[in-house]
Design a protein around this ligand. Structure first.
Ligand SMILES: Cc1ncc(C[n+]2csc(CCOP(=O)(O)OP(=O)(O)O)c2C)c(N)n1
Ligand code: SF4
Ligand SMILES: [Mg+2]
Length: 354
């Protein structure tokens, strides 16, 4: 529950020294998460930040909230456990492209599929930063690194495609430098009930500097990215004269005013459409063929795992003759009864005293 006390981003800052490299994109992400939390009036004590391992995962130390810097790739599993154990908490998972999509790939996709009510902030710098520059599942094809001295020979994951493929209900994207947009998408993610995945294109100045430069530099940004807004025409460009249309099954970039094309021909963004076909196309757009999509790409309501578990526990407790003081039998019995004894107790439907 939030309150109406006026918070500022300082309320979410811990006393720890921030140890990311000067110029690292992580600093901006930290500041914008804190600003979003202040604007959402979240009480620091109702927030839990869970991370795995990586530079990005050091985030938890810098937050004046509850937090757990866990183990590599297991942030989703632990965040899920926290949320199911206490659904009142606002749980934010901080993860990197290696943490979420390599060692943690399995946990990530199932957390998304289950639609666990988490805000998952995925820092995508296309590299393992903490371990000093090995290629990651999002590194571009041919990327040269310490573990791929002759260039990678594999296609990268696209986090949006993976999220939507895992039946994700919410996917948004921003860039570390786009402070206002980051705050907006974090707030949207926080207000969304279910697994909200936010990919942030983040710069690692040391091991993968300027990996997103083609679309993030000031001069070209407006022509090479498109900020999607639900219900608005998909237009972009410095002069707002470019737009997206459908040609057959493909998206096409067009210029408004050329070849008889008017604003009315441009597609309207519907982030809330249950069918994910268009969201997938938008999430997959890559420069130079297309502008890279930013903002909320997909946001559809669905059943939420932790809420369903809560309802199920209530229903089962109400209907079940076995009274276990609210403790799930195998948990309560662990170490106290043998499997046979447990089976006998369970089948006899008697009250079990522990
Ligand atoms: C079980 C295990 N395997 C490997 C590692 C080594 N390790 C630590 S962080 C990391 C990759 C982190 O990359 P990413 O999630 O992209 O975070 P970044 O540092 O780029 O923010 C690896 C491989 C580990 N700590 N634990
Ligand atoms: S190594 Fe890269 S990702 Fe890690 S703190 Fe430094 S700049 Fe940031
Ligand atoms: Mg990384």
């Amino acid at each position: 529950m939030s309150d109406l006390k006026q918070y500022t981003f300082v309320d979410y800052k811990s006393s720890m020294n921030v140890r990311w490299c000067p110029g690292c994109g992580d600093h901006a992400i930290l500041n914008t998460v804190q600003k979003a939390m202040a604007e959402l009036h979240l009480r620091p004590e109702e927030v839990v930040v869970i991370s795995g391992i990586g530079c990005s995962s050091r985030f938890t130390y810098y937050m004046n909230t509850y937090g757990f810097h866990t183990i590599h790739g297991r942030g989703s599993a632990i965040a899920s456990g926290v949320k199911v154990a206490n659904p009142k908490l606002k749980v934010w998972q901080i993860t990197g492209d290696g943490d979420a999509l390599a060692i943690g790939g399995n946990h990530f996709i199932h957390t998304v599929r289950r639609n666990m009510d988490l805000n998952i902030i995925l820092f995508n710098n296309q590299i393992y930063g903490l371990t000093k520059g090995q290629y990651s599942p999002t590194s571009k094809h041919g990327f040269i690194s310490k573990t791929s001295p002759f260039g990678t020979v594999e296609e990268p994951f696209r986090p949006g495609e993976l999220t939507i493929g895992a039946r994700g209900h919410f996917f948004a994207r921003s860039i570390d430098k786009e402070l206002k947009l980051c705050v907006e998408v974090f707030k949207e993610a926080a207000n969304f009930e279910g697994a909200a995945v936010v990919e942030i294109l983040q710069n690692c100045v040391i091991y993968n500097d300027q990996t997103h430069q083609a679309i993030t530099d000031k001069e070209h940004k407006e022509d090479r990215t498109i900020v999607l807004e639900h219900g608005q025409a998909m237009i972009f460009g410095k002069s707002k004269n470019k737009g997206l249309m459908l040609e057959g099954l493909m998206l096409k970039v067009v210029e408004i005013g050329k070849g008889g094309i008017t604003l009315d021909d441009i597609l309207i963004h519907d982030a809330e459409c249950m069918d994910s076909t268009m969201h997938l196309k938008l999430a997959n757009m890559e420069y130079p063929e297309y502008p890279v999509a930013l903002g909320v790409i997909r946001k559809v309501k669905g059943e939420v795992y932790d809420q369903q578990v809560e309802r199920q526990i209530e229903r089962v407790q109400k209907d079940n003759p076995i009274k276990l003081s609210g403790i799930w039998p195998p948990m309560a019995m662990f170490g106290k009864l043998s499997e046979l004894q447990f089976k006998a107790c369970y089948e006899s439907r008697h009250e079990i005293c522990i």
